[in-house]
Design a protein around this ligand. Structure first.
Ligand code: TXA
Ligand code: MG
Length: 330
């Protein structure tokens, strides 16, 4: 199959493809998504085949707002879902609610619940509104690979496997939405993401954290994720002296993904580098693209330097924990 990359002028074509049960890649404010009609079971099943995604890893339904959520949730909406949606939608927050019968089991990964968000990207919202139905969409990468933040990343993974990519430039946040389970109290942070935990807790009070003994995780979080071909070594310090000392002990031809200030201090012994910039927003925007670009240079390992867990830093640390085969903490 030939994959065509179109600008936003191709939106009506994307809608037509979705309406007839096909899949298309489209931009959101977090990462690019691989979309299908979220109420069409056959169409949603194709997403799993194209991505190589395990069937027990459910999809997120993208809606245009609270009324869309009400259509895919069972019964009255939880008060917490309404408060969160009113405050943060459209935006990078996904809520998990009990699913209405009309949501195909394949979308839910067989669970009784469904994950839903209203994306903050105008192209994504236009697509949902023009289709008039929820759009099921995971990130538009092959399963296990870094998420795509640019149309070219989608093409690298899925070129030839899907008919259309709508290209609207690089994504604003660069990491996926924050996923919160509001079927329980206190709500559970299933996946840290572009909306900082601190902002959510200002509305909900303290969140429970997934992965802490009894609390279930988002099914997707148990799989190897976000990984380039080269092994990733996560260096959990931003102190240039410590980074330099540790770097001297790592063998092989290394590629570096690090904050701008750290790269400066390293310039003597670094060959292949990409900057994570000067802020956690820049780091989030550049993380996945940086991993992909450095991987293309075929290093023996990619060393990522990152420490902050505040704001967007928590999502960055979560992705690095999953992408890396080794964590070095001085
Ligand atoms: O920003 C995003 O969320 C992007 C864009 C395209 O919207 N989408 C995305 O989808 O990251 P995906 O499929 O890569 O990640 C969805 C996450 C997975 O960890 C999955 O296990 C979890 O949400 N999830 C989905 N449905 C769930 C449910 N019913 N219960 C618990 N976790 C669920
Ligand atoms: Mg994903």
């Amino acid at each position: 199959m030939q994959t065509r990359v179109v600008g936003i002028e191709g939106l009506s074509e994307a809608v037509a493809l979705l309406a007839r049960g096909d899949v298309v890649a489209f931009p959101t404010e977090t990462v690019y998504g691989l979309g299908a009609d979220g109420l069409n079971e056959t169409a949603c099943r194709r997403i799993f085949g194209i991505k190589g995604r395990p069937a027990d890893n459910p999809l997120i339904l993208h809606v245009s707002g609270l009324s869309g959520l009400a259509q895919v949730a069972s019964g009255a909406l939880p008060d917490m879902a309404v408060r969160l949606a009113e405050k943060f939608w459209p935006g990078p927050l996904t809520v998990v609610v009990v699913a209405h019968d009309r949501v195909p089991a394949v979308v839910r990964g067989g669970l009784p619940t469904v994950a839903v968000r209203a994306p903050g990207h105008p192209v994504a919202l236009d697509l949902i509104e023009a289709l008039g139905r929820p759009v099921a969409a995971p990130s538009a990468n092959r399963s296990g690979r870094p998420s795509p933040t640019r149309a070219e990343d989608v093409m690298a993974d899925l070129g030839g496997a899907i008919p259309l990519v709508v290209d609207a430039g690089p994504c604003l946040w660069g990491v996926e939405s924050t996923v919160v389970d509001v079927t329980v109290f206190p709500p559970v942070l299933l996946r840290p993401g572009a909306l900082p935990r601190e902002d959510i807790e200002a509305v909900t009070g303290p969140l429970a954290l997934a992965g802490q003994d009894t609390v279930a995780r988002a099914p997707g979080m148990k799989y190897r994720h976000y990984s380039p071909k080269a092994p990733v070594i996560w260096l959990k310090t931003e102190d240039p002296g410590a980074v330099k000392a540790i770097a001297a002990d790592i063998p092989g031809r290394l590629a570096w993904l690090a904050p701008g200030g750290v790269l400066k201090a390293l310039s003597a012994n670094s060959d292949v580098t990409r900057s994570l910039g000067e802020s956690s927003l820049q780091a989030a925007q550049r993380l996945f693209a940086g991993l992909r670009e450095l991987d293309a240079m075929r290093p023996d390992a990619i060393v990522v330097v990152w420490e902050s867990m505040e704001g967007l830093g928590l999502a960055i640390c979560n992705r690095l924990a999953k992408a890396s085969s080794q964590v070095i903490e001085p």
